[in-house]
Design a protein around this ligand. Structure first.
Ligand code: ADP
Ligand code: MG
Length: 482
């Protein structure tokens, strides 16, 4: 995407750093619990509080989750990786350093395929994924003059996932985050919940003239929703263009996004790696993985969104767009497959993506709490297929299913919605309509053939939508012919 400035077009260049909290009952180097929303400082071991003499012990399960994620990103798994100390002082970092990985991360280069509007795709490179500890939290709103510290989050395992500067628009950045979240959820390695902070995003943004080398970037820290990421990038790119067009230069710096005002503002000048005095943590040996174990994890991976999307296109003949939407979440993909099994897959997709997703949106619930089960939605499609109800009435039956949670057959019987295919009853309705609309019948017979649709509508109305449309068309044509 190019942005038109006062002096010509500019291109946006974006690279994202995502901190994804590992799903694990215990922390990265201690046995303390990780439950969200617990009372402050109730999930802190002496290791997390950095008591003197305490030693970190690596949590094998967290390592497995990082490897699983790396494999899901089609990335290089490094059989030897090293934990380093990243030194800085902050009240919520009791040790005075964070254990992280610097030069030798556990996961190297990989890739993610973005699903763009219109079914297009685009590949974005993953630079690396490394394991590190989260910091605690400073609480500024508990006391008028004091800041409190909650160490529950201190030591929780994070995966930092760094992308190449391969994205070129806010939309691509949004698509990247959605796809990454989808993959993490399929893998079960991070819940992707941005509101609770279990996925946080730093956005690196620069602008350049098309074809020129990369410009100087600014990094917007800790943006916590897909929408805010897109807004922050858009604002930041326009700000940089304005500075450059006015003859200024961009200083590499760290900025914050103010979501209330929709602007980014400076936080600090860019810190450099040497500021952190990285060195290998002497309390931890290099992490060495057994290749057989990595293969075991590879073989246990579920079918991931891209593979599922491709299979949906192949097996169910869905468009790239429909297949992408249905495969985005494991739950909706499973639901769809239960509906589609043995039925018209396109019709199943229309019902799931149209009526069902619409209803879930209105109710504000996820598919796991859908008032309509996949089995009942399947039965509804069967009732249309075998002519028990018309396609039009199926919409009403579906609405009643959402409301009552009942199965469609019960609703059809109780409300008398069964389709009328009885020709005598339909003939009667046609006769009544023709008698009432004598003038229009004359016009039709005089050559105004487009009135046919009007008659169909009237007959359907007279039968409360229950008449079989094919029978109505047939009989009406004969009768109008005279
Ligand atoms: P640091 O660790 O200092 O943040 P990195 O080299 O690890 O620096 O890069 C961090 C992120 O910045 C990566 O996601 C990368 O893709 C992105 N990036 C690097 N150069 C640019 C640039 N010129 N414009 C936009 N993003 C960039
Ligand atoms: Mg950075």
């Amino acid at each position: 995407m190019l942005i038109e400035g006062k002096t010509g077009p500019w291109e946006i260049v974006i690279g994202l750093e995502v901190h994804a909290q590992v799903i694990s009952k215990a922390k990265l180097f201690s046995g303390a619990a990780t439950d969200f929303g617990a009372e402050p400082n109730t999930q802190v071991s002496p290791v997390d509080a950095a008591f003197p003499g305490m030693l970190p012990v690596i949590n094998r399960f967290c390592v497995e989750q990082a490897v699983r994620t790396g494999l899901g990103l089609e990335a290089q798994i490094n059989l030897v990786s090293v934990f380093d100390r990243k030194n800085y002082f902050y009240a919520d970092l009791p040790a005075g350093y964070q254990i992280s990985q610097y030069q030798r991360p556990i996961v190297g280069k990989g890739k993610i395929t973005l699903d763009l509007p219109g079914g297009e795709t685009r590949e974005v490179g993953i630079t690396r994924l490394h394991l590190e500890q989260d910091a605690g939290k400073s609480l500024h709103d508990q006391h008028p003059t004091k800041t409190y510290v909650d160490l529950n989050r201190a030591g929780v395992a994070l995966m930092e996932i760094v992308s190449e500067p391969d994205m070129r628009s806010p939309e691509e950045a949004g698509a990247y985050l959605k796809k990454l979240r989808s993959i993490l959820r399929y893998l079960g390695t991070c819940d992707g919940n941005m509101e609770e902070g279990s996925m946080r995003c730093d956005c690196n943004v620069s602008v350049r003239r098309p074809g020129e080398p990369y410009g100087t970037r600014c990094e917007i820290k800790n943006v916590n929703s897909v929408r805010f990421v897109m807004q922050a990038i858009e604002y930041e790119a326009r700000r940089q263009i304005e500075v450059l067009e006015d003859g200024g230069t961009i200083r590499q710096e760290t900025r914050l996004f103010d979501s209330g005002r929709g602007v980014t503002r400076p936080m600090r000048t860019k810190e450099h790696a040497h500021d952190y005095r990285y060195f290998p943590d002497p309390d931890l040996l290099p992490l060495v993985l057994d290749p057989a174990w990595v293969e075991e994890i590879r073989n246990s991976l579920p079918e991931l969104p891209d593979a599922k999307k491709a299979r949906f296109m192949r097996e169910y003949k869905l468009s790239a767009y429909d297949a992408g939407v249905l495969a985005a979440e494991r739950e909706s993909a499973d639901y769809y497959e239960r509906v589609a099994k043995g039925r018209d897959p396109k019709q199943a997709a229309n019902f799931v993506m149209g009526d069902l997703f619409g209803a879930l949106n209105r109710l504000g619930v996820g598919i796991d709490r859908s008032p309509v089960s996949a089995e009942n939605l399947g039965r509804l499609i069967d009732l249309v297929a075998d002519g028990t109800i018309s396609g039009r009435l199926a919409k009403d039956v579906f609405a009643a299913m959402v409301e009552t949670g009942q199965d469609p057959a019960t609703i059809v019987e109780e409300r008398g919605l069964r389709q009328v295919t009885d020709t005598a009853a339909i003939e009667q309705a046609i006769d009544a309509v023709m008698a009432r609309e004598a003038a229009k019948v004359a016009e039709y017979r005089g050559g105004k053939e487009k009135l046919f649709g009007y008659f169909v509508g009237q007959v359907m109305k007279a039968t409360q939508g229950k008449a079989n449309p094919a029978v109505v068309n047939d009989l009406l044509r004969k009768k109008l012919a005279g």
